[in-house]
Structures are given as C-alpha cells and as structure tokens.
Design a protein around this ligand. Structure first.
Ligand code: AMP
Ligand code: ZN
Length: 110
C-alpha cells in the first residue's frame, strides 16, 4: 500500500519517535506548526476519522489513553488534539492521525 505512515511504521521511512507500543506509534511532525507537534497514529491502516467503526475503534480509545502519557513526557499540560478528515478539512495523509499541538498560544479553530 502506498501509504507514507504505513512506511514509517514499517521503518522504511525514518521518523523521530516519541512513543511506541503494539498498537500505536507517535512521532514528530516533519513540518511543525507549533513548538510541540506530534502525530499519533494506529499501526493498523485506517484511512481517517471517517473510517472509524465499532470494529476498529478500540485503537482510537487507546490513542486517547496514550495522549496524556505523551503530554506528560513532553512536559505539556495545555495542548490541542486535531484530526482532519478529507481534503477540504486539510487531510493530506490518508492514514488516521491525531495531531498534538502545544508550546504556544493556539488561536482559532482553522
Ligand atoms: P494532515 O494534513 O492532517 O493529513 O497531516 C499530515 C501531517 O503529516 C502534516 O502535518 C505533515 O507535515 C506530516 N508529515 C507528512 N510526512 C511526514 C513524515 N515523513 N514525517 C513526519 N510527518 C510527516
Ligand atoms: Zn497507512
């Protein structure tokens, strides 16, 4: 599958990992939009928020358990979590990911 995040999971493309377990990988965004900009992804390929179902949502719950651990590790208490679904919403990589943004005052929603 021609998916850049699946290639990162497979180790075919390098990344700066900040967290990894059996289900999830988190790494620094290559084009940070804030001083802290981390992407949290499931190791299972899910194309985006629009493809979450009762069958695959357990990993999403797990991601939201991992996010506070990453925040603690990064020393941040205030942060934003964003996931874009579809081109109009700004999705450029079609593998489910949650952006963690922090380290500056974040304004607006878009
Ligand atoms: P989105 O636009 O919501 O789909 O987010 C995709 C994000 O992936 C963007 O913020 C990109 O900067 C980031 N990105 C793309 N390729 C890489 C890569 N090889 N390593 C780390 N982040 C990446
Ligand atoms: Zn993928």
């Amino acid at each position: 599958m021609d998916c850049i995040f699946c290639k990162i999971i497979a180790g075919e493309i390098p990344s700066t990992k900040v967290y990894e377990d059996e289900q999830v990988l988190a790494f620094r965004d290559i084009q940070p939009a804030a001083p802290v900009h981390i992407l949290v992804i499931p190791k299972q390929h899910i194309s985006g928020c629009g493809a979450i179902t009762a069958e695959n949502s357990a990993v999403v719950a797990h991601i939201f358990e991992v996010i506070p651990q990453i925040a603690k590790q990064e020393g941040i208490t205030d942060f934003r979590v964003v996931s874009n679904q579809g081109a109009e919403a700004g999705q450029t990589v079609h593998h489910l990911h949650f952006h963690i943004l922090a380290g500056r005052t974040l304004k607006g929603m878009c």
